[in-house]
Design a protein around this ligand. Structure first.
Ligand SMILES: [Zn+2]
Ligand SMILES: [Zn+2]
Length: 180
């Protein structure tokens, strides 16, 4: 995902497709396929990159264990500035800026930034769908394909929805919550 900014006159688009892996929750790896479309707009010695990132991450549902593609859509913004690093005004985020002190190198590999942007979007739990019914605790059958019939499971899909709501409430960290 290397950009050659030396060629950019006013505005240029770059697009990349890349396959890579990200660490999975169980210590293994998830296969990812990312598409990045980046527009670079130049204003003098400053180049603004705005990219749309789409990624399919092949992973296992935390509830029913089926493999599915978890979709990530996110954005990336980087400002490239030719010249030595300068102090930025308060409203600018230093992490958005990349300085190129030497005039002859103007290549930049955005892959690490893309990977980081995707990582920030990943959930604590992957669910194939919000109301995934999961597996029967007794016989292990996938309850998404109907009742298992083992007789040890309530078999009522409404319980699954309630359970999933409870799980989500338990998992949710509430930053607004204050100690009384
Ligand atoms: Zn599932
Ligand atoms: Zn069962």
């Amino acid at each position: 995902m290397e950009l050659d900014l030396g060629h950019v006159e006013d505005r240029e688009s770059f697009s990349f497709k890349e396959g890579f892996t990200l660490p999975s929750h169980d210590g293994g790896e998830n296969e990812c396929r990312a598409t990045v479309v980046a527009d670079v707009t130049r204003a003098g010695s400053r180049y603004l990159l705005e990219a749309k990132i789409g990624c399919d991450l092949r992973t296992e549902c935390s509830r029913c264990m089926n493999l599915f593609d978890y979709k990530v859509n996110t954005d990336l913004k980087i400002v490239f500035q030719r010249g030595e690093k300068v102090d930025l005004p308060d409203e600018e985020d230093e992490n958005d800026f990349v300085f190129f002190p030497q005039a002859d190198t103007f290549l930049y590999d955005i892959f690490p930034r893309v990977r980081e942007a995707i990582l920030l979007e990943l959930p604590i739990k992957y669910l194939c769908r919000e109301d995934c019914a999961g597996l029967c605790a007794a016989c292990g059958a996938d309850l998404n394909s109907g009742e298992c019939g083992c007789g040890k499971n309530e078999g009522d899909p409404r319980w699954a929805v309630l359970n999933s709501l409870r799980e989500e409430t338990e998992n949710r960290k509430d930053p607004q919550k204050r100690e009384e």
